[in-house]
Design a protein around this ligand. Structure first.
Ligand code: ANZ
Ligand code: ZN
Length: 827
């Protein structure tokens, strides 16, 4: 055995062997419990960053650990390969998006192999390959045929710089998530998925996910945004229906104005011929520049303008002024709100600003509120007031009674509302899965027949940033025939949001080579759910919500048994350096390549796993990396030294019965078994990889101490080294493989069973107890571990040293910490 630990040589050697033998391939196996371990697949930007390395190291420890624990483990990897950066690179460097993406995938695949991650590479998928997006298109067709995909004219978020539509979630503080440009509203025909059909189930089944972090579930809950209220049927003075959604029907007698969203269809009608016609239009144009995020943000000043028209309150028959405002969303509720300044903070500010009346209709018990002196809205519970027959009712009760009363007259209906919108999936972009629809002048939109899939992306596309899909300039793409009448027709040139591609990749991994189906039901049912999903918290809302929706929809269409995609979710923390996120702009990036080159992959993995528990942020530390490297060197040498000093250990048989062991032997045996126990429990129950690694480090220290003390018992050393290497295997797979071979084993360490600890080896035979007088340590005593607490006390009190220290004073009481100390209180 080489004296020096040479990671470069041995890592390359084992990686080549793993590759050649497809070491991590799996298939369904009825004899073993299955375990599906999945890390979020990356966008192929070209290079792994430390966040990836962390994500995939965590997943790899679990995958390897579960394999050794006897599970049939699926651990796949692929590429979320469509998307904008490839197009931008194409424009900038004149490389076709497909070629750029392929190069990047090749490089990152190589890097992942250099990290020694145990993926079944035969299952690799890339969402940009036709054998994958064909099935993305097929899923689109299933949703379309079942009313879950539809097209409508919508006001969409438009980034003028990227010249593309953004999902609401891609608008951050009113700016484009990618480039920061101010986002505008634009009317466009768009494709949507009807995720709102699943709003209630998506909310309810969060409760069935105890293995998800609470913070993620809360974010999903808020995003779905369920509220209970009613639609109240106001009308305009000229008789047009003007329904509003409110969560406070109990305040309907307090409505003093109404507000329409800028895009509301009644705005034009209301202003026609009014003197303020032009100024309202100007106001509307300004509001349309605001994103939904702006409109709902607390910071933005609430503004409005009177249309000149009036509405009629269904409860009172009263005429109330109709306004347009910058804070009303067209897409929420009905796009119109009733203004109740006395009981809504936003309405209160609005009324104060524009001199609108404030009418109190809810008051606290035994108190009257004066609108003239109120300094803010009264939003708490109370009793109805100024509300005709409802006066005096507790307002919660009032909500139901008002709705029932108006409902009887056909003027209201109870309603549950969700903030969740349908998912806008069309993009005016090239590098995405083409939407499989054809427009026929005679037959209208027609789904592409399934047997004609895939609708292939042309690969020779040129890039002109025009705001239209580049496919619009490719007659060879869009010219086609109608599948129904055979006449001339035009293909849809929009492509799908990349979130569509990533909403089902975990299903494809179950059956990636299937060219007859997106996935076979039997295989999907065998592997699903994903037992452990691991990724960044930045995907807490969108990706996870969309994937959940897909699974539920596919289940309802009969393609799948699972209800949820991911049984357990681990959101890993960030990798920081000098307290900040690693980023090019800050210049604090440490590249994985550099670290692997200098120390090897095992060191990189070990450091990352040791430096922090997985959910926490991790501070990069060069000393920490050095420390991990030194530890692996110590591990190497203890095996080398043991083999040299105790050559018979290779042939050593089973450990002799405990009776034959020296006290030092027994100590070491105890450390070994308590380490096995700790590492097992830390990994399995808590994902505490950091404390698991530090326990392994202590075991190595104990081995050195044992060795230094004198002759080694060969069977014991054998037992220690075997188990030590098994424990190290998931964390540092290459060195473990090499040392395992050095110990004479022919089979890969990663195919061995995880070690079990022996309960009887854990027990200490003797323990050391400190004794104190009035809190001050006066001595130590070694006693049998099994000795009773009061027996220990008596022994101490009988000792000369103790008697001397007490010095004839009176013992008031004795306080013990079992197994540790005895404190004698005297006065
Ligand atoms: C009158 C009222 C009085 C309201 C009151 C609240 C308090 P959630 O809980 O989020 O569903 N609203 C309705 N549609 C809106 C839209 N398109 N844009 C902006 N705001 C809208 O909120 C429902 C409440 O938000 C509704 O209840 C409505 O204001 C407002 F004392 O109606 B409320
Ligand atoms: Zn036709």
């Amino acid at each position: 055995m080489d004296e020096r630990y040479q990671p470069k040589v041995l890592e390359a050697k084992w990686q080549a062997l793993w590759d050649k033998t497809d070491a991590w391939r799996v298939a369904e196996d009825g004899d073993k419990p299955k375990y599906y371990c999945l890390e979020m697949f990356p966008y192929p930007s070209g290079h792994l960053h430390m966040g990836h390395v962390r994500n995939y190291s965590i997943g790899d420890v679990l995958a390897r650990f579960k394999t050794m624990r006897g599970f049939n483990v699926l651990h796949p990897m692929g590429w979320d390969a469509f998307g904008l950066p490839a197009e931008n690179a194409a424009i900038k460097n004149n490389i076709p998006p497909a070629a750029w993406t392929e190069d990047n995938m090749a490089n990152m695949r190589r890097q992942l192999k250099e990290m020694g991650i145990s993926y079944d590479w035969r299952r690799e998928v890339a969402t940009c390959h036709a054998d994958y997006y064909r099935w993305t298109q097929w899923i689109f067709l299933q949703l379309y045929k079942n009313g879950l995909a539809y097209k409508k004219l919508g006001y969409v978020n438009w980034c003028p710089d990227c010249a593309t539509v953004l999902a609401n979630e891609q608008v951050v503080d009113g700016g484009c998530e990618r480039c920061g440009a101010a986002v505008e509203k634009k009317a466009l025909d768009q494709w949507y998925f009807k995720i709102t059909d699943y709003a209630q189930e998506l909310l309810d089944s969060l409760e069935g996910l105890p293995g998800w972090p609470d913070k993620v579930k809360t974010m999903q809950d808020n995003w779905i945004g369920r509220s209970e209220g009613a639609i109240l049927h106001f009308t305009t003075e000229s008789g047009d229906p003007l329904p509003v959604y409110t969560t406070r029907p109990d305040t309907v007698f307090g409505v003093t104005y109404m507000v329409l969203a800028a895009e509301h269809p009644l705005v034009e009608k209301a202003i026609q011929g009014a003197p303020q016609e032009e100024s309202v239009r100007a106001f509307v144009r300004n509001v349309q520049k605001l994103s939904d995020m702006d409109r709902t943000s607390n910071e933005m000043e609430k503004e409005g303008i009177f249309t000149g028209a009036y509405a009629v309150n269904p409860a009172t028959g009263e005429k109330i002024p109709l306004w347009v405002g910058n804070y009303v969303l067209l897409e929420y509720g009905t796009g119109a709100v009733m203004g109740v300044p006395a009981h809504d903070e936003r309405d209160f500010l609005f009324a104060k600003k524009y001199g609108l009346p404030i009418r109190v209709v809810i008051r606290p018990q035994g108190e009257k509120l004066d609108p003239g002196t109120m300094e803010g809205a009264y939003v708490d519970e109370g009793f109805m007031d100024n509300s005709a027959q409802f006066d005096g009712l507790p307002n919660e009760e009032g909500k139901k009674r008002v709705v029932a009363w108006l409902e009887e007259k056909g003027l209201a209906s109870a309603r549950v509302n969700y903030r969740l919108r349908d998912w806008l999936i069309s993009r005016q972009r090239y590098w995405g899965a083409p939407i499989p629809v054809v427009y026929c002048p005679d037959c209208g939109p027609q789904p592409v027949p399934e047997e004609q899939l895939p609708v292939r992306l042309p690969l020779d596309v040129e890039f002109k940033p025009t705001g239209e899909s580049p496919l619009n300039f490719y007659p060879s793409f869009y010219e086609t025939v109608c599948p129904k009448c055979g006449g001339k027709a035009r293909r849809e040139t929009d492509t799908m949001d990349t979130f569509v591609c990533s909403s089902w990749y975990f299903l494809r991994f179950a059956d990636p080579l299937n060219d007859k189906e997106a996935f076979g039901r039997e295989k999907a049912d065998y592997w699903m759910n994903v037992d452990q999903y691991i990724g960044g918290v930045e995907h807490a809302i969108l990706h996870l919500m969309y994937a959940r929706f897909f699974v539920k929809a596919l289940r309802d269409l009969g393609f799948l048994g699972a209800d949820e995609p991911f049984r357990n979710l681990l959101t890993q923390g960030m990798v920081l350096k000098d307290g900040g996120k690693m980023s090019k702009s800050k210049g604090n990036v440490v590249s994985p390549e550099e670290i692997i080159e200098k120390y090897g992959a095992d060191t990189a993995r070990l450091f990352i796993l040791f430096a922090a528990p997985p959910e926490r942020d991790l501070e990069w530390s060069e000393q920490g990396v050095e420390g991990a490297y030194r530890f692996l060197g110590r591990l190497w040498r203890i095996v080398d030294l043991s083999l040299k000093e105790c050559p018979s250990l290779k042939e050593a048989g089973p450990l002799p019965p405990a009776a034959g062991l020296s006290p030092a032997d027994k100590d070491l045996l105890r450390v070994l078994h308590s380490t096995i126990k700790k590492v097992t429990e830390d990994v399995e129950n808590r994902f505490n990889f950091n404390t698991a690694v530090s326990a392994v480090m202590e075991l190595v220290n104990a081995l050195y101490q044992y060795k230094d003390k004198g002759p080694m018992t060969p069977g014991l050393i054998r037992e220690c080294l075997d188990n030590l290497i098994l424990l190290v295997a998931p964390f540092a797979p290459h060195i473990a493989e090499e040392l395992w071979a050095e110990l004479g084993y022919g089979q890969s360490v990663h195919r061995e069973a995880w070690p079990a600890w022996r309960e009887e080896a854990l027990a200490r035979e003797e323990i050391e107890v400190a004794f104190q007088i009035n809190g001050k340590v006066r001595g130590r005593l070694t006693v049998p571990a099994a000795m009773e607490q009061n027996e220990i006390q008596d022994t101490i009190l009988a000792m000369d040293r103790a008697k001397e220290a007490i010095g004839g004073r009176q013992v008031v009481k004795v306080i013990s910490v079992p197994g540790k100390l005895v404190n004698i209180v005297v006065k």
